[in-house]
Design a binder for this molecule. Sequence first.
Ligand SMILES: Nc1ncnc2c1ncn2[C@@H]1O[C@H](COP(=O)(O)OP(=O)(O)OP(=O)(O)O)[C@@H](O)[C@H]1O
Length: 378
Amino acid sequence: MKFNKQDILKALETISLAGEGANMVESGAVLNVITFADEVIVDIKMTTPAMHIKKRAEKDIIKTIQERVSKDAQVKVNIKVEAPTKENANLIKGKAIPGIKNIVAVASGKGGVGKSTVTANLAVTLAKMGFKVGVLDADIYGPSIPLMFDVFNERPLSVNVDGKSKMKPVESHGVKVLSIGFFTKPNQAVIWRGPMAAKALNQLIFDAAWGELDFMLLDLPPGTGDIHLSIMQSLPITGAVVVSTPQTVALADARKGVAMFQQENIQVPVLGVIENMSYFTPAELPDNKYYIFGNGGAKNLAEDLEIPFLGEVPLVQSIREAGDIGRPAALQTATPIEAAFEEITKNVVSETVKRNDSLPPTEAIKITTMAGCSAVKK
Ligand SMILES: Nc1ncnc2c1ncn2[C@@H]1O[C@H](COP(=O)(O)OP(=O)(O)OP(=O)(O)O)[C@@H](O)[C@H]1O
């Protein structure tokens, strides 16, 4: 006996997949029906890999065909799972900026965890590796990058580029720097709404003569407020790095930070988590480690959220001192601090490359200088 394909389709029109209003023929879930002797093969596609929903669909199909067409039908159901394609998922938003290949936002949920310190050290390490680097200090609440690069008394000059006046970033330690702090008075609390901050930052990016950059690091304000939403939605951010200490309160805020980037209307890929102040090491006992804020918290968080762990930075007096005198500690050669930042920076570069590779070719922004990073050699 051979069954009629139309009868099978008619039977399948009486059932729908869980969560879908239309019947499975109308919704396009039924891909194909093949009948051969007493066999009926139904190919369907689903958007969920959930086992119990797959099982239920299979059971419903078999039951319906046997009830409505023939109880002798030997029904086989093939289920193909197709994840829904999210529009604009992980695409770079905003206008691409000529000459700037990657914008990496450095964020933290909690304040004071060392986000600016990490940004400054990442920047000088990238520059040492041969990348062209810029830092844009977007921390409107407490712009500390000018201090960390010893340029707090400087102001960007105006230069003429193709007949237009542009701001020339200040240069220090091989890194181009612009800060919102150059334009606000010291001791003045800045009260800005998100769109205002985003507009000011847009100017610092688009109306500045950055030249060619492999990486622009964006030092974000702490927290997860509307400022962040505006910045993320209006600037073409390649990816974000979240800095946290291993302390429970900082980790809880870092989790919120990651969630913010992964939010439906933001979708900035998270390149990973960096743990700062992982352990304290006194200068006179360099082999001793004291886990003041807890042990391994950020690594566990990264594992839990299934995002890369980019590395850890110890709490050492010289990092603070180096920041205060405006010469990031990673510039001190042949030190464990230099090695720690090199490791983290390599991881940031390789995660950026991976992220760019997973974009459609038209959107992909490639890094051209691969110096110092084995992970990017192809
Ligand atoms: N690993 C470290 N070892 C020693 N001191 C550190 C370390 N990381 C940061 N610091 C010090 O901690 C203080 C806060 O760091 P930083 O300003 O980088 O934090 P932040 O997260 O950017 O702060 P904010 O929330 O104000 O933006 C600074 O004095 C800095 O020098």
